[in-house]
Write a protein that binds this ligand. Structure first.
Ligand code: PEP
Ligand code: MN
Length: 266
C-alpha cells in the first residue's frame, strides 16, 4: 500500500498568504543563505529575496557538516533571526531539522521543515515529523535511489502527514572535481510518472558552483519542476558555509528575471 501517488499539491500558509506547491501552480522559489550567520546578513538577504518575487527564505540554524570542526550553525539564536526575517518580509521560512530534540523549536519558526539529504533515511526522525501537520521538504539522500526516496516520503505520509515536497539536490557520481554532485534532471519526469507529490530542485547543492546554478535552474524549469531552492549570500567569498555555490544578491535578482521570461514558455 503506497500513498505517495495520492496527493497532488501542498499548500503552505505564510504571512504573505498561502503558497501552493504543485503541478498546476506557478513556480515557487525558495532562496537564502546556506546558514544564518548574523542579523544583518539574513535581513538584507530576506529583503532582496522578497523584492525579487520569491516566496520563501531558507537558512540553516542546525547544519549537517561533514567535519565536526566546521561551522555547525548558530542553532536557537539563528531560529530567532529567521523569525525576525519572517516578520520583516512576510516570507515563509524553510529551515532544517537535524534532531528530534529540536522539533518544537524549529516547528515554531519554520513554515516548512527541511529534512536534509543526510537524514533522508533517519526513519525515527521521519516518523516524528510525520506526526506533525507541518509541510516537510524531503531532500534526496546523497546516494538514494528514487525508490529509497519515495519510501522515505512514505514514512511521513504513513504517519499521517500528507504535506511532503520532494527535493532533488544532486547525487554522488564519480566526478567531484568540476561539480559537487550530479543533478539528476531525469528524476523530475520520473517522479512525475510515479507520484503527485510536489517537486523541488536545488541546483546549488547539486552543482556546488554558483556559475552553473542559473543554467541548471532553467533546465529544471524546462523539465517540469514545481519549485527551486537557491543559495544566496550578500558576500559569498566570506560565507561560513557553501560560499562557492552561493549567488550574490544581484546575481539572484538577475536569475529571477530570467525565470520570469522562461516561465512564459513553460
Ligand atoms: C542545505 O540545504 O543546506 C543542505 C545541507 O542540503 P543537503 O541536505 O541537500 O546537503
Ligand atoms: Mn548549503
Amino acid at each position: 500500500e503506497f500513498r505517495y501517488g495520492e496527493y497532488s499539491e501542498v499548500v503552505v500558509a505564510t504571512p504573505n498568504g498561502d503558497v501552493t506547491f504543485g503541478q498546476n501552480h506557478p513556480l515557487v522559489v525558495v532562496a537564502g543563505p546556506c546558514s544564518v550567520e548574523n542579523e544583518e546578513m539574513i535581513i538584507e538577504t530576506a529583503q532582496v529575496v522578497k523584492a525579487s518575487g520569491a516566496q520563501f527564505l531558507r537558512g540553516g540554524a542546525y547544519k549537517p557538516r561533514t567535519s565536526p570542526y566546521a561551522f555547525q550553525g548558530h542553532g536557537e539564536s539563528a531560529l530567532d533571526l529567521l523569525a525576525k526575517a519572517r516578520e520583516a518580509t512576510g516570507l515563509g521560512i524553510i529551515t532544517e531539522l537535524m534532531d528530534a530534540a529540536e522539533l518544537d523549536l524549529v516547528a515554531e519558526v519554520a513554515d516548512v521543515i527541511q529534512i536534509g539529504a543526510r537524514n533522508m533515511q533517519n526513519f525515527s526522525l521521519l516518523k516524528k515529523v510525520g506526526a506533525t501537520g507541518k509541510p516537510i521538504l524531503l531532500k534526496r539522500g546523497l546516494s538514494a535511489t528514487i525508490e529509497d526516496w519515495l519510501m522515505s516520503a512514505e514514512y511521513i505520509l504513513a504517519a499521517g502527514n500528507p504535506n511532503v515536497i520532494l527535493c532533488e539536490r544532486g547525487i554522488r557520481t564519480f566526478d567531484r572535481q568540476y561539480t559537487r554532485n550530479t543533478l539528476d534532471l531525469s528524476a523530475i519526469p520520473v517522479l512525475r510518472s510515479l507520484t503527485h507529490l510536489p517537486i523541488m530542485v536545488d541546483p546549488s547543492h547539486a552543482t556546488g558552483k554558483s556559475e552553473f546554478v542559473s543554467t541548471m535552474s532553467m533546465a529544471s524549469i524546462a523539465s517540469g519542476t514545481d519549485s527551486l531552492m537557491i543559495e544566496v549570500h550578500p558576500n559569498p567569498a566570506k560565507a561560513l558555509s557553501d560560499g562557492p555555490q552561493s549567488l550574490t544578491l544581484p546575481a539572484f535578482e538577475e536569475l529571477m528575471q530570467d525565470i520570469a521570461s522562461l516561465a512564459k514558455f513553460c
